[in-house]
Design a protein around this ligand. Sequence first.
Ligand code: SF4
Length: 230
Amino acid sequence: MPLSPFLDVETPITFKDQPGIQSAVFYTYIPLCNLECFQCHNKLSFDGRSGFISYEKLDNKLNQLKLLGVELIIISGGEPTLEKRLEEGLKFIKEKGFPVRIDTNGTVPGKIEELIRNKMVDGFALDVKIPIKNVYSDEEKERFKQILFSNKLENDEKMFWYVENLKKSVEKIKKFAKKKPLPLENYSQLTILRTVRYPLLTEKDIADIKAFAEATGIPHQLNSFYSVEA
Ligand code: SF4
């Protein structure tokens, strides 16, 4: 049987990722990401040995997850929107009756739009990693490039590429969240914005991110930062 686009690794089951909803997390190829975030846990903990799970094994796994009461499948990575066979994998999961949330860094708005148009997704967790503004001081640019690329000397253009794409993705997700009927009973919202409280962010940065998120009308979740070295 052919291989799916998801890694053949242990599947975490969590109530925390989507608060109150028992969810299982699948991963696309972890090194496939266009950012190099400061201490990316997924990349740093991926040993590179895992291959992709076959559709046969995925089918069995989804049946087991259903028996365990899992209600939602979360797709993480890497950056799932860069995975060429993502839709094929999502279709398989959705045909098994699961709603799907995609965790994304928001840098590929065209793919987000395509997933929405093709009704491949029920929600997004979109990371807003830095304050979204038009102008940044040199000091801010250094800190934010360190967050996004683990390199404060990265090209400024690359930082603005992130900011512009993120804004476009937020606009698309905002419209989608307003229209999308809720796929689960008693469920409030499958689409969220998320921010990791990187030590490189100041309290003022966090306040700016919160204000940006609030203006979108999409719920915002602030997550603690855990050092990979801890
Ligand atoms: S976007 Fe996600 S997967 Fe990519 S480097 Fe950042 S934290 Fe890691």
